[in-house]
Write a protein that binds this ligand. Structure first.
Ligand code: NDP
Length: 309
């Protein structure tokens, strides 16, 4: 009975404690301090060293510590026999919903502008956007996107979504596939990216797509930095086509000190904190899949390596 935690750079203490708290009899190992690697069947990972699974010949499940799995699938030497799973945790979903609502409301009510005005002792009353004026477009209508859409709908916004496959969601129009992307973009006064990073979605926020947004649109990227072509965003902000952007994720993290985003007046930056996994809550799902593996039952939240999510 063992789980190995494999990560480069992520702190493992919290995960070890959370797993032991819920399952004291479980042996929790941390790579590379594992004596009998051939006995391990279940790995919990975030940013593992490439090729590491060659050392674990009997691995059957590679579980992500987060909702994204791009950090697992970037490895060209994954064992074909292992099932890959993503995290689907209610707290993570809730927190992402709250964060995108905060970013949307911050933009609508000009809170950043007023903070900057305060620093100049400047009493300047600015007209704000209303929910009737504003249609929100969410790219990615999976666990996080669908939840954020439902929450924003409750606030009174018209919300549209975009996904790969067709969806019926109450009160939300969901566009699908490349063929409906332009129509979706044309309706999105605020665009929120909650796509997984895959070969199909990398660089999807580029000059061509962002130009299709209505004039004065606002862009929120809380998915992955590689969805966005940085120079294209800056060009469209500087030309006045886009009103601004809130970015939580970046091609390189931490964002390099000399990156132009830092000082751009129309860009708000947060350091990848949209929704942080809480091990105490997340291990419930990890242990559920661990038990399923032991009993030969189907695992939950399985990822398709072909689709990339
Ligand atoms: P899911 O796998 O549940 O959903 C993915 C959605 O994207 C689905 O609706 C899917 O469509 C759609 N999609 C995938 N590929 C395409 C495509 N080529 N064209 C159109 N739609 C596509 O993911 P989650 O909601 O759980 O997570 C989304 C991402 O959020 C994660 O991958 C991660 O990168 C990011 N994230 C960021 C965090 C942060 O703190 N900033 C925290 C957690 C996650 P369909 O439904 O048709 O399959």
């Amino acid at each position: 009975m063992s789980i190995v935690i494999i990560t480069e750079g992520k702190e493992t203490n919290g995960w070890e404690k959370a797993l032991k708290a819920k399952r004291p009899e479980l042996e929790v190992l941390v790579h590379p301090d594992v004596a009998a690697k051939d006995k391990v069947e279940f790995a919990l990972t975030w940013g593992h060293p490439l090729g590491v699974f060659k050392e674990y010949p009997n691995i059957k499940c590679i579980a992500s510590m987060g909702a994204g799995v791009d950090h697992i699938l970037r490895d060209p030497e994954l064992p074909a026999s292992a099932t890959i799973t993503k995290l689907e945790d209610p707290n993570l979903t809730r927190d992402m919903g709250l964060f995108v609502m905060a970013l949307v409301l911050n933009h609508m009510r000009n809170l950043t502008v007023h903070k900057l005005n305060q620093q100049q002792h400047n009493w300047s009353r600015k007209r704000y956007l209303t929910t009737e004026d504003t249609t929100i477009g969410i790219m990615g209508m999976g666990t996080l996107g669908a939840h954020a859409a439902a929450e924003l709908t409750k606030l009174g916004f018209q919300v549209n979504g975009w996904a790969r496959t067709e969806k019926q969601l109450e009160g939300i129009k969901v566009y699908k596939g490349d063929e409906e992307l332009d129509s979706f973009l044309a309706t999105s006064d605020i665009l929120i990216c909650l796509l997984p990073l895959t070969p199909q979605t990398e660089n999807i926020l580029n000059k061509q797509t962002l130009s299709k947004l209505p004039n004065n649109a606002f862009v929120i990227n809380v998915a992955r930095g590689k969805h966005l072509v940085d120079e294209d965003l800056v060009e469209l902000l500087d030309s006045g086509h886009l009103a601004g952007a809130s970015l939580d994720v970046f091609r390189e993290e931490p964002l390099p000190k000399d990156h132009p985003f830092w000082s751009h007046p129309k860009i708000n930056i947060t350091p990848h904190i949209a929704s942080i996994t809480d091990p105490a809550s997340a291990v419930l799902q990890i242990l559920d899949n661990y038990d399923r593996l032991q009993r030969g039952k189907p695992l939950k939240n399985i990822v398709s390596p072909e689709l990339g999510y």
